[in-house]
Design a protein around this ligand. Structure first.
Ligand code: NAD
Length: 397
């Protein structure tokens, strides 16, 4: 993995990731894992002092630790290419994603934004138009799509190995919000359960979007309608902490997405099971280096993440860094989202035309689909699980 003709590392400007935060550090580790990028600037916190104080954690010069993202974009734009930031990572709470991403695109910086892409669907649609009319690469870190065996499964499904896909069961089960820890000022819980910061949904926006996106990425199935029931089981909480959605696909198939943040003892239990006419597969992110593939009348197969095995297809192989048996996990999968976006950024710099819809990395249109998923899930639940349209235009282009 190299930056080829660019012949230098891509320069990263971080928004968020300040002291006491969670995912920003993961972004920087993932982006820099293959030596293709370096963090050179940041607006690390909504608090300018904390932003400056966080610079050392990223080995960033104090002069490039900015008091706000606006200041970072203004000052960095004035630097020569090769010195200024090439791309911006948005690792802030959901309600800020749109304004930061929009400003970055307008300033001509590529963007890697965390999910859910925006606060609501209107913002997502506006952002997609902006990105489509620009020359920036926009990646969305639905990072579970970066696991080698997920890429392998996707290629197996695309080549017809499982036959026609008829059922998808995607789950994301956690337990950390079983009690009302937002009242004790737990930073990550506080904004996630606040409708003015999280968006229309809590658990469903935070993690069901990952589960839905994973099924969509692996199968390519196009959704038609959705019915959903959301619940807030912890008394006094303002947003859902549990829910199940049922999805009708346009080939007659059915999907379910269940997400929980109130299941005792569950950590980051993302699981997906896919049934096709010729075979079925199942995968779990807490054991990501193995995937079960089954067909009636045949012995059950366990695919392990092995870049040298003859059964590994090109996309699965390309997503591996280590030989079989040396576990790869969250950082590496996250890094694979960055790697695919970097390939596109480098291709752009070389004047090549790059794919914008069917990209290896989740993109701005996946973000729109995610926001539609959230909006229609909430609306259906408010109507006692009524079936509502769930068609995303970009998928049908
Ligand atoms: P967090 O509360 O731990 O950190 C947010 C950081 O953003 C803090 O440093 C805060 O000061 C900073 N911030 C807020 N507003 C800012 C602004 N205007 N300018 C600069 N910095 C600002 O949150 P988190 O748990 O790291 O989540 C951040 C985002 O990442 C959320 O959208 C969340 O949904 C997403 N996330 C994704 C994954 C994943 O696996 N892809 C995992 C966790 C979180």
């Amino acid at each position: 993995m190299t930056n080829g003709p660019l012949n230098r590392k891509l320069k990263m400007g971080m928004v968020g990731g300040g002291q006491g935060s969670f995912i920003g550090k993961v972004h920087s580790i993932a982006a820099c894992l293959d030596n293709r990028a370096e963090v050179v600037a940041g607006a690390f916190s909504s608090n300018p002092q904390r932003s400056k104080a966080s610079a050392a954690d990223y080995n960033v010069a104090e002069s490039r630790a900015y008091g706000s993202y606006q200041e970072m974009f203004d000052k960095e734009r004035q630097l020569p290419e090769g010195e200024r930031i090439d791309f911006v990572t948005v690792a802030t709470p959901n309600h800020t994603h749109f304004e930061i991403s929009k400003a970055a695109v307008e300033a001509g910086f590529h963007v890697m934004c965390d999910k859910p892409m925006t606060f609501d669907l209107g913002q997502a649609e506006e952002l997609a138009v902006l990105v489509d009319n620009s020359s920036v690469v926009f990646g969305l870190t639905h990072n579970y799509t970066g696991y080698p065996l997920i890429r392998q499964a996707r290629e197996m499904i695309q080549s017809g190995e499982l036959g026609e896909i008829q059922a998808v069961r995607a789950n994301y089960i956690q337990g950390w919000l079983r009690s009302k820890i937002e009242d004790s000022d737990q930073k990550q819980a506080a904004w996630r359960t606040d409708p003015s910061k999280s968006g229309a949904a809590g658990c469903f926006g935070d993690i069901a979007t990952h589960a839905y996106n994973l099924g969509r990425y692996m199968t390519g199935l196009l959704s038609e309608e959705i019915s959903c029931h959301l619940r807030t089981f912890v008394p006094g909480r303002k947003l859902d902490d549990y829910g199940t959605a049922l999805i009708k696909y346009d080939n007659g198939g059915l999907g379910t997405v269940t997400a929980s943040q109130i299941s005792h003892g569950r950590e980051n239990d993302v699981t997906i099971e896919i049934d096709g006419t010729k075979g079925s597969l199942s995968w779990a992110q807490e054991n990501p280096n193995a995937m079960q593939v089954r067909a009636n009348g045949q012995p059950h197969k366990i695919y392990t993440r092995d870049p040298n095995a003859p059964y590994m297809l090109a996309s699965g192989q390309a997503a591996c860094r280590l030989p079989a048996g040396h576990p790869e996990a969250f950082f590496e999968a996250f890094a694979n989202i960055y790697a695919a976006a970097f390939d596109a950024i480098v291709a752009k710099h070389s004047g090549e035309k790059v794919e914008r819809i069917n990209t290896v990395y989740p993109n701005v249109h996946d973000g729109v689909e995610g926001m539609l998923f959230i909006q229609q899930s909430v609306a259906s639940s408010q109507q006692n699980g009524a079936w509502l349209p769930f068609k995303c235009d970009r998928a049908r282009r």
